[in-house]
Design a protein around this ligand. Structure first.
Ligand SMILES: NC(=O)C1=CN([C@@H]2O[C@H](COP(=O)(O)OP(=O)(O)OC[C@H]3O[C@@H](n4cnc5c(N)ncnc54)[C@H](O)[C@@H]3O)[C@@H](O)[C@H]2O)[C@@H](O)CC1
Ligand SMILES: [K+]
Length: 491
């Protein structure tokens, strides 16, 4: 595959437009379908050679067309194949009708399909064209097959998964393996879709890379290719100030741990200096737990303003354990024109004051990153959160636009979006990352990147990726502390 396609995500609508563009440039669309079907047959034979029967379930569109090509290729290779169709196969049109003519065997109605113990199932019912909830007979078939522990190879997407949103349209196959074409779709990465795809293969069916790249809107999988050019080039001779000075704000005496976790993560992630800015009332308890991290008493907004005159302060993390309320708002508003990670309580504090925050971020653009999980996202962006028609990607994009901040919409499928339209979906986070303090660590890593001068989107995307890698390295029993100790090098 063309290397620049590897991290690209294309929506089903973009894919359909590319299909047209390919046809306009003289490429025979049936040959694309043929390549797709052959790739599916090859995957079925390679992955499930022990199957005594390949049951190919074909739908009413081009996804079904791929299925007929795969069925014919499987028979040619000597396999035992049975085809079951949803809808009237005689009503197929275009390339799918041509593909059906390749198939010389019988076609039974989908409703008559009885799974047998040694079946491997090829799911070619619906793919990128799925636009509404599945019809009842298809839902019944899926219910009959899921849970039977049979291998299922999904063509393009597991039937029932919306390729744009990853949402389930009534029901969906839980595939063991999915074969998709040219590039991943958002539904392969966004939950719950991702958990239904099984192993994912992306197969190049021959649409020229120039058409795919021109047709994509810049959605990306989060990988180092996105941000490694911006990663600070650290070497042993870097002066500690050149490696950036990160400030993390602590809560009161009862709530200091979260800030210290962020600070430790910031240091481990490469900030040259880290200071915990603490209310005087919590200085002693913070001092008792800090060694390499410095400590500074900051009690109120005037105290903060005076300290900000020190130009060596590079970036700020505000929110973990800080407390919700007026003081958090005043601190955040004073930092909007700086490199700021606004997390946790820092976000919740603006639930009733959203426009004040967004106006300040718009008027004094700095490098602001907000890191809401689902609940915090709904507090800050209630209208966007409620809109069930939008994907998580589209929600993060809208939130970044209206807030003028880079948004890290957290979850097992974290989406990073910038106000100027850059978007990435993260896919390297293990489930064990959902643990207490994990978000504080993420905020600290992003803060360290900002302190080293990375632009906000790249700082955030690199932070999410390193956090995921650290989670994988720390293993299933991870704690926030072992997570900090597992943060990998940036370069
Ligand atoms: N775009 C491309 O470049 C290529 C696409 N190919 C295949 O073509 C597929 C897309 O084909 P189609 O656009 O024909 O779409 P599908 O085959 O996914 O769906 C068929 C049609 O069913 C209808 N439909 C949608 N939701 C429905 C529902 N809930 N109940 C009943 N009917 C519903 C729609 O009219 C849709 O067009 C891809 O997933 C892929 O498998 C391949 O043949 C290779 C080339
Ligand atoms: K499918």
């Amino acid at each position: 595959m063309h290397s620049s396609l590897r991290d690209l995500l294309i929506t089903p609508a973009e894919m359909a437009a590319m299909d047209l563009a390919a046809a306009r440039s003289g490429i025979d669309s049936f040959l694309l379908m043929r390549s797709a079907g052959l790739a599916v047959a090859a995957a079925a034979l390679r992955r499930f050679p022990q199957a005594q029967r390949y049951a190919v379930l074909c739908g009413p569109g081009n996804n079904g067309g791929d299925g007929y090509v795969a069925a014919s290729a499987l028979v040619e290779s000597g396999a035992n194949v049975a085809v079951f169709a949803f809808g009237d196969p005689a009503a197929l049109s275009g390339d799918a009708a041509r593909a059906r003519q390749l198939w010389n065997g019988t076609i039974d109605p989908l409703a008559s399909f009885l799974p047998q113990p040694a079946d491997a199932i090829v799911d070619a019912l619906f793919g990128a064209g799925l636009s509404r909830d599945l019809p009842e007979p298809v839902v019944e078939t899926i219910d009959r097959i899921n849970g039977r522990d049979l291998p299922i190879i999904a063509v393009d997407l597991p039937t029932g998964v919306d390729g744009r949103t990853g949402q389930i349209c009534g029901a969906a196959f839980a595939a063991s393996h999915t074969v998709t074409f040219m590039a991943k779709k958002p539904g392969h990465l966004l939950l719950p879709g991702r958990s239904l795809c099984g192993a994912l293969d992306v197969f190049d069916i021959g649409i020229p890379a120039r058409i795919v790249l021109a047709g994509g809107k810049g959605l990306r999988v989060n990988t180092p290719a996105l941000w490694s050019d911006h990663a600070a080039r650290l070497d042993a001779s870097s002066h500690k100030f050149r490696r950036g000075h990160l400030v993390v704000f602590s809560g009161g005496p009862q709530a200091t741990g979260a800030a210290r976790l962020s600070a430790a993560a910031g240091l481990a992630a490469g900030a040259g200096l880290v200071t915990v800015a603490s209310p005087t009332s919590a200085l002693d308890i913070n001092a008792g737990h800090l060694t390499a991290v410095m400590l500074k008493a900051i009690d109120d907004p005037p105290g903060l303003e005076r300290w900000l005159e020190d130009s060596r302060l590079g970036a700020f993390v505000l929110g973990p354990g800080f407390g919700v309320g007026e003081r958090a708002r005043a601190f955040a508003l004073a930092l909007c024109d700086r490199a700021l990670v606004l997390d946790a309580d820092g976000i919740t504090s603006f639930q009733q004051h959203r426009s004040q925050l967004f106006a300040r971020l718009a008027a004094a653009p700095g490098r602001a990153v907000m890191t809401p999980h689902e609940g915090e996202f709904a507090r800050l962006f209630p209208e966007i959160a409620r809109d069930e028609n939008r994907s998580k990607i589209e929600k993060a994009q809208s939130a970044a636009q209206i807030s003028h901040a880079t948004i890290v919409y957290k979850g097992a499928d974290t989406v990073i979006a910038s106000p100027d339209g850059k978007v990435a979906v993260n896919a390297n986070a293990p489930p064990s990352l959902a643990t207490a303090g994990s978000g504080d660590v993420l905020a600290g890593i992003i803060g360290a990147h900002l302190a080293q001068g990375m632009p906000a989107f790249e700082a955030a995307a690199a932070g999410v990726w390193r956090h995921g890698t650290a989670g994988a390295k720390a293993g299933p029993g991870l704690t926030a502390e072992t997570l900090v100790a597992s943060i990998p090098p940036l370069g």
